[in-house]
Design a protein around this ligand. Structure first.
Ligand code: NAD
Length: 483
């Protein structure tokens, strides 16, 4: 049995208390490794290692940071298959997803922020004849990064790389449901020449290892991606300690479909945006709003397509949909399917447990579900399910569509399907979400601000937003004239 370790000061170490828990492959129910149940003692060791590395890393040249981060990207590319299989075994996601999306994107994160380090610049403000102000953008020092299980290495690196690129040392924790690729990243960092202590990776439960990161007085900023309730709890600890916080939280994203859209392309994309990674992407659309005129046609076409989506062994290269992340999460998703029926929803397809033949017979599989007839204020239209469950709601006109789309307390991402240019701009302006995709979904430019409003979080990641988050701005005012 493989016992995973923490990565502290460039070395793999056992957790101080030598406690472990099981890492289960959710597609088979097998225990695949043991995960360190780290706590505040392990975090203290990681912080000590980071303190030793901090000054030298903060003063490293941009060329050095670029070269190391870029080398890590190359190494991730060269280990694509090993990393992809590890991601799939931890999460049950289809191997093609790990190979084509998760791991390549982790490499892109390193490449992107390596070059960002070389290009990042600060402002100066001239007071004519009197003084010049210039802004220093200095590393915060030691920062904490906590990530979820749905896109494990992809989101883990989306946080840690801008932190490293701006000269910080990092204490990072992956989700306890997806520890392996972060574990493997340690040796990749050593191979690339990242100095010991610059990145420390601690495994364990959120309420122990994660909370110890948030509590530690030397860790001055927390970048967190995960559930809204967890985010609120973290904020309640970090805010009174005046830590900088970036919170990327849940969503209940609307997909707004007008009759004037490119219908064929829209149907194809709705399948993707609703059911990719079994609906376990924070950006997935789950409230599908359709203009009345095409509601029946769309409903029938969608049902036909969704019926073809049958989950299967995620390690099969042909698999398009794997299992959910855990039996526990499957139970949560199934409870929402029951709730939707109790709330008066009509189940149009799927929504039943699924048992593939062979080695996946004990896996956490569910057939993708479509409901109609649920009111906009029903719990199933207000709460995040985070699984392959969508609801259909008709609307009459633009005003009605915007009202329904904005009904949610969340505000992460919306998609909008129309060929009318004026409408695309008009509706985009009125949607209360941090991201609007028009006639596309998950088309990502890493320079753009990424994040949500309201219950979907605080702050933005991506591009300069991330580089700014991980730096302290200091204004230096130099007088050169009479006062
Ligand atoms: P989660 O909140 O349960 O856990 C996320 C991370 O926080 C894990 O590493 C966990 O161990 C840690 N954690 C849990 N309790 C903690 C505590 N008390 N203190 C510190 N750390 C703690 O979320 P999850 O189930 O892993 O992920 C799914 C959620 O993440 C969904 O709500 C999804 O929408 C959201 N998500 C949001 C984005 C985004 O960019 N907005 C991206 C992906 C996922």
């Amino acid at each position: 049995m493989l016992y995973l370790k923490n990565f502290i000061g460039g070395t793999y170490v056992d957790p101080v208390e030598k406690k472990y828990f099981d890492n289960v492959n959710p597609a088979t129910g097998e225990i695949i490794s043991k995960i360190p149940a780290s706590n505040e003692k392990d975090i203290a060791l990681a912080v000590d290692a980071a303190i030793k590395a901090q000054e030298s890393w903060a003063n490293s040249t941009l060329e050095v940071r670029f070269a190391i981060l870029n080398k890590i990207a190359e190494l991730i590319d060269s280990k694509l298959n090993d990393l992809a299989i590890a991601e799939t075994r931890d999460t049950g996601k289809a191997i093609r997803h790990s190979q084509q999306i998760d791991i390549p994107r982790a490499a892109s994160n390193f490449r992107f922020f390596a070059t960002a380090a070389m290009q990042f610049a600060s402002d100066s403000h001239e007071m004519p004849g009197k003084a010049i102000n210039y802004t220093l953008r200095q590393p915060i020092g030691i920062v904490g990064c906590i990530s979820p299980w749905n896109l494990p290495l992809y989101l883990f690196t989306w946080k840690i790389v801008p932190a490293l690129a701006t000269g910080n040392c990092v204490i990072a924790k992956p989700s306890e449901f997806s520890p392996t690729t972060a574990y493997l990243l340690g040796e990749i960092c050593n191979e690339a020449g990242l100095p010991p202590g610059v990145l420390n990776i601690i495994q364990g439960y959120g309420h122990e290892a994660g909370e110890a990161i948030v509590m530690h007085p030397t860790i001055k900023a927390i970048s967190f991606t995960g559930g809204t309730k967890t985010g609120a709890h973290i904020a309640s600890i970090a805010a009174p300690k005046f830590k900088k916080m970036s919170l990327e939280l849940g969503g209940k994203n609307p997909c707004v479909i007008f009759a004037d859209c490119d219908y064929k392309e829209m149907v194809k994309q709705v399948i993707r945006l609703a059911f990719s990674n079994s609906g376990q992407i924070c950006l997935c659309g789950s409230r599908i709003l359709i203009e009345n005129k095409i509601y029946e046609q769309f409903k029938n076409d969608l049902i036909l397509e969704v019926k073809k989506l049958i989950p299967s062994d995620p390690e099969n290269p042909e698999s398009k949909m794997g299992s959910l992340i855990s039996q526990q999460h499957l139970n949560k998703v199934m409870s929402y399917i029951e709730l939707a029926k109790e709330e008066g929803g009509k189940l149009l397809c799927g929504g039943t447990l699924f048992k593939p033949d062979g080695r996946c017979a004990n896996g956490a599989f569910v057939m993708p579900a479509i409901f109609e007839g649920l009111g906009p204020d029903s719990r199933c239209n207000m709460e995040e399910i985070f699984g392959p469950v969508i609801t259909l709601q008709p609307f009459e006109n633009e005003e009605d569509a915007i009202r329904l789309a904005n009904r949610s307390n969340y505000g992460l991402a919306a998609t909008l399907w129309t060929q009318n240019l004026n409408r695309a701009h008009r509706v985009s302006q009125q949607l209360k979400t941090g991201i609007v995709w028009v006639n596309c979904w998950l088309l990502r430019d890493l320079r753009t601000p990424f994040g949500g409003m309201n219950d979907s979080g605080v702050g933005r990641e991506g591009g300069w937003e991330a580089m700014r988050f991980f730096t302290e701005a200091k204004n230096v005012c130099i007088n050169f004239g009479p006062l």
